[in-house]
Ligand binder design. Structure first.
Ligand code: HEM
Length: 511
């Protein structure tokens, strides 16, 4: 009897020690085929130590140089596949797109998207399909194209006017100008007016967007489901998510309230914006599957427009102007094209832009070198498949490193980091590519639905800025020495604000 009780008192600790040892040995051993290659991981934290405090897309790119274009990493207990070549991106975004097109669940995204009612972060299901259709038909489609073009023209004309009145030889903060411009365009088409002057609860628009981008990333709780939530609680992340959600929710609620009041006053058709369209769909039970949009569905859609539409467009404009100014040769060639296409007309119009082939190459080169979301939005595997001959199992997250793919020497030659728009004269590469040589807008079912609209706004803005002004870096700094450091993780922006001196050119002088 005594022997038996001694045996039992040793049994539990022995099993515990054996299990922990096995786990330790297993995690230190390189994984066997057909699992993808994996950098050596540590017990419990997996590969997180290799990523902490560093720029994630660059670190993953460096690891891929050693371990290959398909790697398996562990963020705590969560497995993530990392894709770093165009051929592997094609397997994920085309061949097996149907099996890899859902999204991982993160605490921050769950809260900010009204429990996954949005498009960008929600799982691949019927609700996502329905919401995407509503966004495309009511905001991005032909119904709103005329309004988009009218509002864009007006807002850019205002911006050019205000730049013309800027004291000579002083720098303008173009980050602020582009944010104000994009917010005004999207705000007017989506919400009927720009709400930027009226920050709510003390947070400015920029602060709200920046904070949301941080909160949409993964947290301790996501990577360590058993105990991570305690760290999020103690570290204050859960509180930050709540504050961020409340700020955004108040902002969106105010937009909705004003529209509900307007409907009561009977808005005429020409004044109707995206939010009016959503309210009509809600009252008519008019979505394609006949279901009714809930209030939270509408809020989540407004969030997609607000977060998806504004930030990445602004970030791209900033990178484009930075590269153009840094590369004087490109700036001069581009200005010559723009000024030749427009001639001496008093203003640019859309038909001028279609003739500007070099402008399109410059923008493509910008999005190749600076994809605003360098790892896209993470995908997740729904069902077992093989990528590059390796097994991928359900629940595995997938990062597609657009930044690394756009630097592959096989496609981009020996100087892939050089800003050289002329490379597109001979390379037939497009944004939503057949061969996935560059994927700044993702691909497959999850391709960015707003890319055409964003490109149109950016092209028109750049053409105007370069038609009306020459640009210089202030304080005697040479243009080629412009600081190009990056900052951020989900969205990677220029670290320091882009401040440039506009030098007015009068169109009458341009003959
Ligand atoms: C230069 C500007 C833009 C860039 C670089 C960009 C980039 C991206 C990327 C990389 C994705 C993820 C694709 C994937 O996971 O495979 C995405 C998704 C998305 N974007 Fe954009 N985007 C831009 C502008 C816009 C605009 C103007 C809108 C308009 C509202 C928009 C709305 C969305 C939405 C709703 C999604 C989620 C799609 C889904 O998951 O089904 N984006 N975008």
């Amino acid at each position: 009897m005594e022997m038996l009780s001694i045996f039992y008192s040793w049994l539990f600790p022995t099993i515990l020690i054996l299990s922990v040892s096995c786990l330790f040995i297993y995690t230190l051993c390189p994984t066997n085929s057909p699992h993808p290659p994996s950098p050596q991981k540590l017990p419990i934290i997996g590969n997180l130590h290799q990523l902490q405090g560093k720029s994630r897309h660059k670190t993953l790119w460096k690891l891929s140089q050693k371990h290959g274009p398909v790697m398996l990493l562990h963020f705590g207990s969560k497995p993530f596949l990392v894709i770093s070549s165009s051929s592997m991106a094609k397997e994920v975004l085309k061949t097996h797109d149907h099996l890899l097109c859902t999204r991982p669940i993160f605490q921050g995204t769950k809260r900010l998207t009204y429990n996954y009612l949005d498009i960008a972060f929600s799982p691949h299901d019927d609700h996502w399909r329905e919401m995407r259709k509503v966004l495309v038909s009511e905001f991005l489609g032909p119904k709103r194209a005329k309004l988009f073009s009218h509002v864009t023209k007006m807002e850019i004309s205002d911006m050019i006017q205000s730049l013309s009145l800027h004291p000579s030889n002083t720098a303008v903060n173009l980050d602020n100008k582009f944010l104000a411009l994009t917010n005004a365009i999207i705000g007017k088409v989506a919400f009927g007016k720009s709400y930027r002057e009226e920050p709510f609860k003390g947070a400015s628009l920029k602060e709200m967007i920046d904070e949301a981008m941080v909160m949409l990333g993964d947290s301790f709780g996501d990577n360590f489901p058993i105990f991570g939530w305690i760290l999020d609680e103690i570290g204050g992340r859960n509180r930050r998510i709540e504050v961020c959600f409340n700020n955004i929710d108040d902002y969106i609620q105010r937009i909705l309230n004003e529209h509900i009041d307007n409907i009561a006053e009977e808005t005429n058709d020409s004044e109707k914006d995206f939010v009016h369209a959503l309210l009509e769909l809600r009252s008519n039970k008019n979505t394609c599957d006949g279901s009714q949009l809930t209030k939270d569905d509408m809020k989540a859609l407004i969030l997609d427009v607000f977060l998806g539409g504004i930030d990445s467009t602004v970030v791209t404009m900033v990178w484009a102007m930075s590269e153009i100014v840094k590369n004087s040769r490109v700036m001069q060639k581009l200005q010559a094209e723009i000024r030749r296409c427009v001639g001496t007309k008093p203003e640019l119009d859309g038909s001028d832009i279609t003739k500007m082939t070099y402008l399109k190459m410059v923008l493509k080169e910008t999005l190749r070198l600076h994809p605003p979301a360098p790892l896209l939005i993470p995908h997740e595997c729904i069902s077992h498949c093989q990528i590059g001959g390796y097994d991928v199992f359900p629940g595995t997250g997938v990062f597609i490193n657009a930044w690394a793919i756009a630097r592959e020497p096989d496609t981009w030659g020996l100087n892939p980091t050089e800003f050289y728009p002329e490379r597109f004269e001979t390379l037939e590469v497009d944004y939503v590519a057949k061969h996935f040589e560059m994927v700044p807008f993702g691909g497959g079912r999850r391709t960015c639905p707003g890319y055409n609209s964003a490109l149109g706004t950016i092209e028109f803005t750049l053409a105007n800025l370069l038609y009306w002004f020459d640009w210089e870096v202030p304080d005697g700094v040479k243009n080629e020495n412009l600081n190009m450091e990056e900052d951020g993780s989900l969205v990677v922006r220029k670290k320091t604000p882009l401040c440039l001196v506009p030098i007015k050119k009068y169109w009458q002088d341009l003959k």
